[in-house]
Write a protein of this length. Structure first.
Length: 191
C-alpha cells in the first residue's frame, strides 16, 4: 500500500536491533485518517470472507484494530498481556516472546469473548518473527474459533515470521512489506 510505504519512508526511523519506529503516526501519535485507510484496505482484501470478530494484542494493536472494526462492523477483542501465570479457568492463555523487550509474557482472552463459531480476523501493527501471531492463533485454536485471516500493517519480510505463518496455511495480508532496512540506508520495500 503506497500510502503507508510513503509515510514510513518519510517519518519512520530505523534503530539498531532491526527495529522500525513509526511513533509519528502509528505507535505513539496516531494518524486516525491513515488508520482508516488501512482498515478500508483490509476490508477490500477480505471482501467475501466471513468475519465476525477482530482479535489483536495490547497495546499498539488496539487502535488499528478498532478503526478496522468500523469497516467490518464487528467487535474488537484484545488479548491482555500479563506477568502472572495464574491460569484461571475462565480464560484462554498462551505465551509470547516479545520482539522489542526480549522477554516472554502470557497473553489471555476471556472465554466470554472468544469461542467456537467465531470467524476471526487477527490484526497487528508489526510482523517480525511471528511470535505475537503464533500466540494469538493459539488462543483461537484453544477457543475452537476459526482464523479467517490476518491483517498486518508492517511486515518485516526479511524476518522469518511471515513465511512461517503463511506456511502454516494462514492468509496474511500485510499492507507494507519491508525488504530490508538499516540505520544508514533507511527502509526498502518489496515490490
Ligand atoms: P513478532 O512477534 O512477529 O516477532 O513481533 C511482532 C510484535 O513485536 C508486534 O506486536 C510489535 O508490537 C513488535 N515489533 C516487532 N518488530 C517491530 C518493529 O520493528 N517496530 C515496532 N515498533 N514494533 C515491532
Amino acid at each position: 500500500m503506497k500510502l503507508l510505504e510513503e509515510r514510513i519512508k518519510k517519518e519512520g526511523k530505523v534503530f539498531e536491533g532491526d527495529v522500525l519506529k513509526v511513533d509519528r503516526f502509528l505507535n505513539h501519535q496516531i494518524d486516525v485518517n491513515l488508520l482508516s485507510e488501512l482498515g478500508a484496505e483490509w476490508k477490500r482484501l477480505y471482501e467475501g470472507t466471513e468475519i465476525n470478530k477482530i482479535l489483536t494484542i495490547e497495546a499498539s494493536g488496539i487502535g488499528i484494530a478498532c478503526v478496522a472494526a468500523l469497516q467490518f462492523n464487528v467487535p474488537v477483542v484484545f488479548a491482555k498481556k500479563t506477568k502472572t501465570v495464574n491460569i484461571a479457568a475462565d480464560v484462554y492463555t498462551s505465551k509470547v516472546e516479545s520482539y522489542t523487550h526480549k522477554t516472554t509474557y502470557d497473553i489471555i482472552v476471556s472465554k466470554e469473548f472468544l469461542g467456537s463459531g467465531d470467524k476471526v480476523l487477527i490484526i497487528d501493527d508489526f510482523l517480525a518473527n511471528g511470535k505475537a501471531l503464533e500466540g494469538l492463533i493459539q488462543l483461537c485454536e484453544d477457543a475452537g474459533a476459526t482464523v479467517a485471516g490476518i491483517g498486518i500493517a508492517v511486515e518485516k519480510a526479511h524476518q522469518p515470521g511471515g513465511e512461517r505463518i503463511r506456511s502454516l496455511g494462514y492468509r496474511v495480508e500485510s499492507l507494507a512489506r519491508v525488504k530490508s532496512m538499516s540505520v544508514e540506508g533507511g527502509v526498502e520495500f518489496c515490490d
